[in-house]
Design a protein around this ligand. Sequence first.
Ligand SMILES: [Zn+2]
Length: 451
Amino acid sequence: MLITNARVVTWEKPNRILDDHALSIESGLIADIGPSREMIERYPDSEKLDAGGQLLMPGNICAHTHFYSAFARGMAIPGRPPRDFPEILRKLWWPLDKSLQPEDVHYSALVSLVDAVRHGTTTLIDHHASPNAIPGSLDQIANAVDASGLRAVLCYEVTDRDGREKSQAGIAENLRFLERCESGEVAEGRVRATFGLHASLTLSDETLAACRAAVPDGTGFHIHVAEHEADEYDSLQKSGLRVVDRLQQHGILGPRTIVAHAIHVDAREIEWLKDSQTWVTHQPRSNMNNGVGVAEVESMLRAGVRVALGNDGFSNAMWEEWKTAYLVHKVWHRDPRRMPGDILAEIAVEETAGLAGSFFPGAALGSIRVGAHADLILVDYQATTPITADNLPWHIIFGFHDSMVTGTMVAGRLLMKDRQLLTLDEEKIAARARELSPGVWERYQSYVPAD
Ligand SMILES: [Zn+2]
């Protein structure tokens, strides 16, 4: 396929914007790039897609999300509102994830994936929990990802909060799915696996040791870290160690491991994260919603920690996350110089692509260059001021909306064209989700603890 007449944002380092360019795509990869006229002459027989002068960019990437949270939208929490994050877990997320049956898991994922295709998020790293439907749950999600045509990295969160039998079942589900993904063939290689852990505060030393012993070589972990002070207090009480020190001692950190949030870590913990080359993901919308504070991600970057951008189950509209990150650090520090657009782009584009790309080796992810994965979006943005490679982050922050995405492609296959979804039937998925969600809400009411 030849995409012609595009304004190409390469997101290379340094970034380039190429006016009236064309991309030729072969076997899921970008095969050639050049001025439209030359490319049309070079590939006269290729099927053509006229971009009509729109921006053609690498698809957005989400470094940490929860597809299973989709049915929480509009659900009432009984009694008084949760007063802090541990109460949010006890009153919202833990009774909700217990309420999910296999079909709910599948449709939660589909609902999230429709949102991702629509808003140009082409790779997502998910963290799943469904304690009453553990075995096979990652297949339910993988089947949804396969149907969508998107790219995803999946895991099941191991936790001791529901007893030993369920923590063992969580370990088994991760191992089973890791083995299934070993061939690299699940969803034609678009689905990969890692090993999920909930958080230090719901994991015993025994379970951490069992996970470490069970994980295959070269596989890392995906875990929440210090999202709230309670995680640090719990770890100190359990082990005398802060959370990151505890994970370090258990061999959980490393260049293949993702820690979400890292809000309440101290300077020594940041050093451990850097030394072990562990990835940190930043989710400011979720952090604001939970009232848990703001991660010092600029300091982490300065210290040499690799920081990527996730959404923690908020909408798969990553420019919304950009905007929130851009704003929250300014108000948090009362300093408008905090989190400038170029640093934000480094996190949201370069680092996030580095993390996601490590799961899909063999071709670059998150930039437009010859040989890279053809994961692309078309953006209908009518600029009213000059766009340059350098000022693009500020156009995204102040001018872009995720609804401006008109086309989404993954591995060279169009998933949305002219805002029409080509792989998923949005109406049918929404209708079935509306049928399933009242059952989830009803079961939730039976699990939610009284005040
Ligand atoms: Zn999370």
